[in-house]
Write a protein that binds this ligand. Structure first.
Ligand code: SF4
Length: 141
């Protein structure tokens, strides 16, 4: 993370709603929630936080994550290839693709650019802005 300015000289990114990052892909599939995410979801659904957790989450190893669809492991909120809770989506979804594990030149150029159709489109993120998001995601983790 320390050399992010060297890794990416800024990039354009705008979510294209492809839903590709909401689909299970091995170890990257889980959507972890922090306290703020749970509160946001509870407000969104107008239910108590504990009820939201009971109905929609899995508690594992001290973490809380969204349940997945049993058949394919995709996020339960992915409907017709779109996020059905976009306004309430968790921090992890908001900070994509600027995740610490993506900040590797090789990975970014070979995998992330090809995987995500939002990269290269829309708003320009300067290295400074990317770093700010990374710090947020780092703290979130
Ligand atoms: S909450 Fe929405 S944006 Fe996040 S993984 Fe699920 S469907 Fe995708």
């Amino acid at each position: 993370m320390k050399n992010i300015e060297k890794l990416i000289n800024g990039t354009r990114f705008q979510c294209q709603g492809s839903g590709k990052c909401c689909v299970s892909r091995g170890g990257y599939g889980f959507v972890y929630l922090n306290k703020k995410d749970i509160k946001r979801f509870a407000n969104f659904f107008n239910i108590k936080k504990k009820d939201f957790i009971e109905r929609n989450c899995v508690k594992e190893d001290g973490y809380i994550r969204l349940k997945e669809i049993n058949l394919n492991g995709n996020c339960i909120y992915l409907k017709h290839k779109k996020c059905s809770v976009y306004a309430a989506r968790p921090e992890q979804c908001r900070t994509w693709p600027f995740w610490p594990e993506n900040m590797n030149t090789k990975k970014w150029k070979k995998e992330i650019i090809n995987f995500c159709p939002g990269i290269g489109k829309g708003k320009f993120y300067s290295p400074k802005e990317i770093k700010k998001i990374l710090v947020k995601e780092y703290k979130n983790n």
